[in-house]
Design a binder for this molecule. Structure first.
Ligand code: CP
Ligand code: NVA
Length: 333
């Protein structure tokens, strides 16, 4: 498998075999990390990390993974670069592409990361856009594989805003990898018809199925993985909380929902999560609407079925695989 020179912008651009290869490569990097085996084949190289939105996991994963691979890292925060305000994406891409071997971008429209990739001349990695979160998918696949030993034929049910980055990406992931995807959400929060159609064509190849339902219990039925995300994403206005609480509350992941899934079902969440009042926003919104938790109950989040911290750790190993595969090609292993 040789992915040298490729950008990683959405799973749509990758075959199931390529995706599986990246997950396996990540598993081997994880083993090496635990054994203390050095993997610094990219000594002397450098990567730029552009973050137009905040991050804990994605930033730390790129930084640690790049250092483990022997690379230098430059972090551009949401305020301190010229990007978009004084300098176009195409110009920025050509400048950064002349200094760095690869560029990570987290920000707004997918079109921005696509344009960056068109002009950079080096691999560009999508660290989250409004539409997609592809590096998260690799971590989720690795986690599912670690827990169950496989992912093909498994059912993943996603609850909440299914038309944004997480819902979209999970549907693509399941459709490509032969997993059964169910979205439990109000109709207006279903993924776009165009994306569903595209995923149906992947599903035909892989044996996956796609179910969109307003009935949360139906979505959870016999699922192996229950998954949710925040109800209001980064960059969205505060005003949308009212509507989200009203329409998404029936899709909160509760013990009753978990009990409707398979007996050994797990809970995943890309994080950060509002499962208590121990965050500024969780406390403010929770108190305002009289809710002790938002998208997932603390009971589920803290249960043995919750694999969210294993999933978070896997962000680093999978991001390492993406950088290594696209910079080293066949030498990544
Ligand atoms: N899951 C995820 O992308 O987390 P961060 O926003 O902390 O990077
Ligand atoms: N949907 C969330 C995902 C965070 C990892 C957001 O875009 O803020």
């Amino acid at each position: 498998m040789n992915l040298k020179g490729r950008s990683f912008l959405t799973l749509k651009d990758f075959t199931p075999e390529e995706i599986e290869y990246l997950v396996e490569l990540a598993a081997s990097y994880k083993r090496k990390k635990k054994q203390g085996v050095p993997v610094d084949k990219l000594r002397g190289k450098n990567v730029a990390l552009i973050f137009e939105k905040t991050s804990t996991r994605t930033r730390c994963s790129f930084e640690v993974a790049a250092r483990d691979l022997g690379m230098g890292v430059t972090y551009l925060d949401p305020k301190s670069s010229q990007i978009g305000k004084k300098e176009s994406i195409a110009d920025t891409a050509r400048v950064l592409g002349s200094m760095f071997e690869g560029i990570e971008y987290r920000g707004f429209e997918q079109a921005i990361v696509e344009e960056l990739s068109t002009y950079a001349g080096v691999p560009v990695w999508n660290g989250l856009t409004n539409e997609y979160h592809p590096t998260q998918m690799l971590a989720d696949l690795l986690t599912i594989k670690e827990v169950f030993g496989d992912f093909k034929g498994r059912k993943l049910a996603y609850f909440g805003d299914a038309r944004y980055n997480m819902g979209n990406s999970l549907m693509i992931m399941c459709a490509k990898m032969g997993m059964h995807f169910a979205a439990g959400a109000p109709k207006e929060y279903f993924p776009s018809e165009e994306l569903v159609e595209q995923c149906m064509s992947y599903a035909k190849e892989s044996g996956a199925t796609i179910t969109l339902t307003e009935d949360a219990m139906e979505a959870a039925k016999d699922a192996d993985v229950l998954y949710t995300d925040v109800w209001v994403s980064m960059g969205e206005p505060q005003e949308v909380w009212d509507e989200r609480i009203k329409v998404l509350s029936p899709y909160k992941v509760t013990k009753a929902l978990m009990d409707n899934a398979k007996k050994d079902a797990i809970f995943l969440h890309c994080l950060p999560a509002f499962h208590d009042h121990k965050t500024e926003i969780g406390k403010e919104i929770g108190e305002k609407y009289g809710l002790s938790e938002l998208e997932v109950t603390d009971e589920v989040f803290e249960s043995a079925a919750s694999k969210v911290f294993q999933e978070a750790e896997n962000r680093m190993h999978t991001i390492k695989a993406v950088m290594a595969a696209t910079l080293l090609g066949e030498d990544a292993g």
